[in-house]
Design a protein around this ligand. Structure first.
Ligand SMILES: Cc1ncc(COP(=O)(O)O)c(C=O)c1O
Length: 365
């Protein structure tokens, strides 16, 4: 799909300059059409729940293809919180290194552990925002896990995964990466970057409904499911009694599936598979840079010095609420976070969106 063809899949973009994919993406036509078809079948009673249930397997395969990993390393869950909690429950005694500013679905599963067994080292920034170097400096000889998300949406900063994983692996700690805010736009080689566990929730950059999320596990490693359920066994699935016979692969970590989310994930992932990943990254990071430069020209201050992601966060001070209102009045969907303004660029965005946003900002001071 070209950028123009991709953009045309989103009716919402005729009305909105949509920069709020860090919050949630607008609905793409292929996803809407498939879901409406299934809902109509549901209404008429002509659906077959076993067919719906099989969407999980198909989706796992599509995600594995997108992620470039073997399908038996992919678990199907409903949230990043489930993925992080599953990994948290698998840990040996030892410390966990995590940014004090980390997204709560990544932070809280580790804070909920017994601090005597798994103390959490909450890393604060040495300058500006918590950097990869700050996380590396906090790793101790007893560290068992380093957890981080890419790109943190409070500032747009990226993690240098190879640098982080090299430091973690040197003390035999593992790396948990939440790629929810970047996967689908920025390119990843999960194995080459040393990431042990990668979690992605599909409702943002992957265009899925909320409730379809994946956890990529390390090759050859099996951990225990957090929420064993009727799917936590080798097929054929049964319903009553019997022994718990966990599958040997990552599907043992699957949580009980919300069917509509998985049905909607199929057209979404198929659409993403039709894009050229290098072109997507270049387009999004390039447009984000244009926004950062233009917004700086009218007086907004960048939160990080080097804009190398598709998410731009700018400091607007006391003017932030007023700017938020101006953007909303011009049908520009961006997010006001206190005194900051956040813009996330997907492949469906183009220069006309940026121009509309910049025009709406006007002069800040
Ligand atoms: C970095 C990050 N991870 C995860 C999520 C979603 O978390 P969960 O899947 O637990 O709802 C978000 C949502 O904004 C996020 O920004």
């Amino acid at each position: 799909l070209t950028q123009t063809e991709f953009r045309a899949l989103f009716p919402a973009l005729r009305e909105w300059a949509w920069f709020d994919t860090p919050g949630s993406a607008p609905l793409a036509d292929p996803v809407a059409e498939d879901l409406l078809t299934q809902i109509e079948l549901w209404r008429r009673g002509s659906f077959e729940w076993r067919v719906w249930d099989a969407a999980v397997e198909e989706s796992r395969g599509l995600f594995a293809q997108l992620a470039g990993v073997e399908v038996d390393r992919v678990a199907a869950l409903a949230s990043v919180a489930e993925a992080a909690s599953t990994v948290a429950a698998s840990l040996q005694p030892g410390s966990i290194v995590i940014s004090d500013e980390e997204y709560r679905s990544v932070l809280y599963p580790f804070l909920a552990l017994d601090p005597r067994r798994n103390p959490v080292i909450r890393v604060t920034a040495t300058e500006g925002v918590v950097s990869t170097a700050d996380l590396v400096a906090a790793i101790r000889s007893d560290t068992v896990l380093v957890a981080a998300s890419d790109t943190l949406t409070s500032n747009g900063a990226r993690i240098a995964w190879k640098e982080l994983s090299d430091a973690a692996h040197a003390v035999e700690a593992e790396v948990f990466a939440d790629l929810t805010q970047a996967f689908g736009v920025l390119q990843y080689d999960i194995d080459a970057s040393g990431i042990d566990y990668a979690a992605v929730h599909g409702y943002k950059w992957l265009l899925c409904p909320r409730g379809a999320a994946w956890l990529v596990t390390p090759p050859g490693r099996v951990i225990a499911p957090l929420l064993p359920n009727w799917k936590s066994t080798v097929p054929p699935f049964g319903y009553f009694g019997g022994e718990l016979e966990l599958p040997p692969d990552a599907s043992r970590l699957d949580t009980s599936p919300a069917w509509l989310s998985w049905l909607g994930s199929l057209p979404a992932l198929k659409t993403m598979l039709r894009l050229n990943p290098a072109e997507v990254e270049q387009h999004c990071v390039g447009l984000a840079r244009v926004w950062a430069e233009e917004a700086a020209r009218v007086g907004l201050l960048p939160v990080i010095a080097r804009q190398d992601s598709h998410i731009v966060v700018m400091e607007a001070g006391a003017a932030a609420p007023k700017l938020g209102r101006r953007l909303a009045a011009a049908n520009v969907k961006a997010t006001c976070l206190g005194t900051r303004l956040r813009v996330g660029v997907h492949y469906f965005n183009d220069l006309s969106d940026i121009e509309r946003g910049v025009a709406a900002l006007g002069r800040v001071s």
